[in-house]
Design a protein around this ligand. Structure first.
Ligand code: PLP
Length: 298
């Protein structure tokens, strides 16, 4: 008897995943680390942080944990430590395996087929890809010609089906920042959740985290992949009001390992090392900006 089974839906889904093209799998076999005088820069990994320093802190953390246990207490202490770092309550922090994992989690938690999401272009390409996979519609709004955020343009494209608005600050790839005024205007005027990706916040001047926890509909995504030089560790966190954080934390209670949690806590204790390196990078970026400005004048 012919099978009545149809796996077309599954095939379509997997094909959509395979066409994703956003992973780094294509790099397998290529040199991933700085070699000689060649620097691999396209993934914004941070070669300034000393790998041995990170390894030492990790080994210290490893000797501090009992891997047999789930250890909710360790997660609570980690959230407290991150809260102190950001200047918010630990109850406003959720942790996960990197910013992309958390972005995916937000997408899965809040989007249904037919919903709409606004992204800003040029911006981090990953948001749109994740959104499309779950059957929601991506609406792209360009930055203004001076690279500022077109708040009115975004609001004009929001509809009652808009669930998420993604803003990246400092923006990848333009590098400029958007402040609380813009984010608040979006949060107040549209009924979507405003997702502010602050992956590069340590290299910028402003963060909206402290204000975000006072709003119902703003969530900030942060990562240890950039300033802390830990792209391989996979650690990120969300900063959000307590109400939303409690809901999200119920769904993702054990998203990072105990060793990772203890390691991150120890690194936060030694963050003067990282802050020093960030200052050096910013000085270098300042010089590069001046150089670019001079070149433009020529
Ligand atoms: C703007 C932005 N957000 C998020 C990420 C991903 O960060 P993570 O390594 O924590 O997943 C990147 C990585 O390049 C990025 O540029």
């Amino acid at each position: 008897m012919a099978s009545r089974r149809s796996l077309k839906w599954l095939k379509n889904k997997v094909e959509a995943m395979r066409s994703f093209g956003g992973s780094l799998l294509g790099y397998v076999g290529l040199p991933l680390e700085a070699k000689g005088n060649v620097l691999k820069l396209d993934s914004n990994e941070n070669f300034f942080v000393d790998a041995d320093f990170l390894r030492r802190v990790f080994v210290e953390a490893l000797s501090d944990v009992d891997l047999r246990l789930y250890s909710p207490g360790v997660m609570a202490e980690l959230k407290e430590a991150l809260g102190r770092y950001i200047g918010v309550s630990g109850d406003c922090v959720c942790v996960g395996s990197g910013a992309e994992h958390l972005i995916d989690f937000i997408v899965q938690s809040f989007l249904s087929v037919g919903d709409e999401v606004v992204t800003v272009v040029p911006g981090f390409f990953m948001y749109g890809k994740r959104v499309s996979l779950c059957g929601a519609k991506v609406v792209e709004v360009p930055l203004r010609s001076d690279l500022s955020l077109d708040v009115d343009g975004i609001l004009a494209r929001c509809t009652p089906r808009t669930r998420l608005v993604f803003v990246c600050s400092p923006n990848n790839p333009t590098g400029n920042e958007f402040g609380w005024d813009e984010v608040e205007a979006l949060a107040d005027e549209c009924s979507a959740l405003i997702v502010v990706d602050e992956a590069y916040a340590e290299f910028g001047e402003v963060s909206v985290c402290r204000k975000a926890v006072e709003k119902e509909n703003v969530v900030v995504v942060r990562t240890f992949s950039k300033a802390f030089g830990l792209a391989g560790l996979r650690f990120g966190y969300l900063v959000v009001n307590e109400w939303l954080a409690s809901g999200l934390s119920e769904v993702i209670p054990y998203t990072v390992g105990t060793v990772v949690a203890r390691f991150v806590e120890r690194l936060l204790d030694k963050r003067d090392v990282i802050e020093g390196l960030v200052r050096e990078v910013k000085k270098g970026a300042g010089k590069a900006d001046k150089g670019a400005a001079l070149n433009q004048k020529r």
